[in-house]
Design a binder for this molecule. Structure first.
Ligand code: GUN
Length: 297
C-alpha cells in the first residue's frame, strides 16, 4: 500500500515555521506582511479558495485586505484598483482570484500587477524568471508539489517526471521548475495533454506522475507502473447526498486502485491544495522582506 503524501500535515508544519518567523519579523523589524486579495463574482470554488487563503494568512500573521465585487464589476475599475495597490507601499502582495468573469480580460489584469507584488507568480516577468532559473515568484501549486516531494524525502534529480496537463498555473510552470539544473530539481520531464496519443504509453514510464487535468478518472491502475509516486492535483466536486454540503471532492486519479501499485500518493482533499496556499504565504513573506530590504529573492 502506498505511503500517503499528506499536504495537510506538511502545510501545518510549514505554517508553524512561518508563524515563528513572522513573530520575529514583527519584533525585530516591526514588519507585518500584507496581502490584498481581489475576488470578482460568486464562483463557489473561488469563494472557498479565498476563504482558505484568508484563514491561512490570519494564522501565520499576514494582514489581508479583501476586495469582493459583483460579477458585473467593470474591468476599468479593477485595473484602477490594481494601480492603486501597486502604488501603495503598505501592500506587499496582490492576488486576483481566477477565473474572472467573461467580460474581463484576464491577461490584461494579470499584466497590470506590479511583478514585485505578483505573489501568484503569473505575471510574464515572473514566468520569464522561472524559465531562465532567475529568482522570482514561483506559482503556489508547482512550488507546493516540489516541496511535498522533497520534504517527504522523495528525490527528484534524475527521475522521469510525467506531467499530465499543460495549464499555465500548474503543468507548464511545474515542468520549468523541475527541469532546472538545481538541487531539488534536475528531472527528465515529459508533458502530456489533450493532443497526446496513447497517454498511457507515457504515464507507464513515470517515476513521478503528476496529474493536473481537472478531469476525474484521468489515471487508473493500468496506466501506471509499480512503485510510481503519484501527485494528484485535481479538485473535482462530485454530487453526494450523504454530505451536508451536497458534494464531496475527488481528484483526477482513481485513488484506491492506483494506491495499490504506487509507492506514494497524494490524497484529495488534503494533498496538493494546502501546499498551494502555503507557498502563497511563502511568497507574501518574501515580498514583504524584499520590499523592506530585509532579504533578496
Ligand atoms: N484559481 C485557481 N488557482 C489559482 C491560484 O493559484 N491563484 C489564483 N489567483 N487563482 C486561482
Amino acid at each position: 500500500m502506498a505511503r500517503i503524501l499528506s499536504g495537510k500535515e506538511l502545510a501545518a508544519k510549514m505554517r508553524q515555521e512561518m508563524q515563528t518567523e513572522l513573530t520575529e519579523l514583527k519584533s525585530k523589524h516591526n514588519l507585518v506582511p500584507s496581502l490584498s486579495v481581489i475576488l470578482v463574482g460568486d464562483d463557489p470554488g473561488s469563494i472557498s479558495y479565498v476563504k482558505g487563503k484568508e484563514k491561512a494568512c490570519a494564522y501565520v500573521g499576514i494582514n489581508v485586505q479583501k476586495y469582493k465585487f459583483d460579477a458585473d464589476y467593470p474591468q476599468a475599475d479593477l485595473l484602477k484598483l490594481i494601480t492603486d495597490l501597486n502604488n501603495n507601499p503598505d501592500v506587499n502582495g496582490i492576488l486576483v482570484q481566477l477565473p474572472l468573469p467573461d467580460h474581463i480580460n484576464e491577461e490584461k489584469v494579470l499584466y497590470a500587477i506590479d511583478p514585485e507584488k505578483d505573489v501568484d507568480g503569473f505575471h510574464p516577468i515572473n514566468v520569464g524568471r522561472l524559465m531562465i532559473g532567475a529568482p522570482g515568484y514561483i506559482p503556489g501549486t508547482p512550488h507546493g508539489i516540489q516541496q511535498l516531494l522533497l520534504r517527504n524525502d522523495i528525490d527528484i534529480s534524475g527521475k522521469h517526471v510525467v506531467i499530465v496537463g499543460r495549464s499555465n498555473i500548474v503543468g507548464k510552470p511545474l515542468a520549468l521548475l523541475l527541469v532546472q539544473k538545481k538541487p531539488g530539481a534536475n528531472a527528465t520531464i515529459t508533458m502530456c495533454h489533450t493532443g497526446t496519443r496513447n497517454i498511457s504509453d507515457f504515464t507507464k514510464l513515470a517515476d513521478i506522475l503528476v496529474v493536473a487535468t481537472g478531469r476525474p478518472h484521468t489515471v487508473n491502475a493500468e496506466m501506471v507502473k509499480e512503485g510510481v509516486v503519484v501527485i494528484d492535483v485535481g479538485v473535482n466536486r462530485i454530487e453526494d447526498s450523504t454530505k451536508k454540503s451536497g458534494y464531496r471532492l475527488i481528484g483526477d486519479v482513481e485513488f484506491e486502485e492506483v494506491s495499490a501499485k504506487a509507492s506514494a500518493i497524494s490524497p484529495v482533499p488534503g494533498g496538493v491544495g494546502p501546499m498551494t496556499i502555503t507557498m502563497l504565504l511563502h511568497n507574501v513573506i518574501q515580498a514583504a522582506k524584499k520590499q523592506k530590504g530585509i532579504s533578496k529573492i
